[in-house]
Write a new protein. Sequence first.
Length: 226
Amino acid sequence: MYERKKVKKTMIYNNKKSGLGISDEAHFWLNGYVNKQNCRIWSEANPQVYVETPLHPEKLTVWCALWAGGIIGPYFFKNDEGHNVTVNGDRYRAMITNFFIPEWNYNDVQELWFQQDGATCHTARATIDLLKDTFGDHLISRFGPVNWPPRSCDLTPLDYFLWGYVKSLVYVDKPQTLDHLEDNMRRVIADIRPQMLEKFVENWTSRLDYIRASRGSPMPEVIFKM
C-alpha cells in the first residue's frame, strides 16, 4: 500500500554554499543480512528446511547526510567504551551537536535546509527544539516547520540510492569483523564522486515533480541512474 505524499515545494540549491541536507540512519549487519522477506523456498511439498540466523547478529548503525555539495558522514553510533550501539534520542542529539553541526560549519554551508524522517529519536521534543534552534524554519521534519511525508522512501535518496549502493559494495570481500566492515563503509562513501551526487540532485528533483503532478501516486517509472 502506498501512502499519499503531500510535499511542499522546497528550493534546492545546487552549489557548495547552500543546499538541502537529507539525513538518515541504517543498520549494516556483519553477516550481510538485509531483509528476512528476501528468503523464499519454493516446493510442492513442505521442504522441512530451517534457515539459522544469529539471535543477536552483530551490526553497525550508521548515519549520513546527503546534499549537492557532498556527503557528511559516515557517523557510527558508539558508546563511551567504543562499542557499537543503536540510536536513541540522547545519542542522536549528541551526534547533531558534536558531529553534524561542526561538519556543516567546516563545509561553510551558508543556507541549509535540514531534512529527517519521522523516527521517534528524531522527533522527540528535545530533538525538535535543538533542530529548531539550529535551523529555524529550515527544518523539514514531522513536528517541524515543514512537514515531511511518513515512510517516504520514494523521496529519500538515502533509502532509494545511498544505502543500497553502499551495501552492494561493502560485503564484496566478506568482512569478518565490524572494524573491517566499518573501514569498507568509510572507503566506499569517500569514493562517491561529485558526478554521482549531481545525478542524485537531478533524480531527486524529478521525483518531487512526479509526486506533485501525480498527487502522491506510486512511482513505477522513476529509476535512479548513476
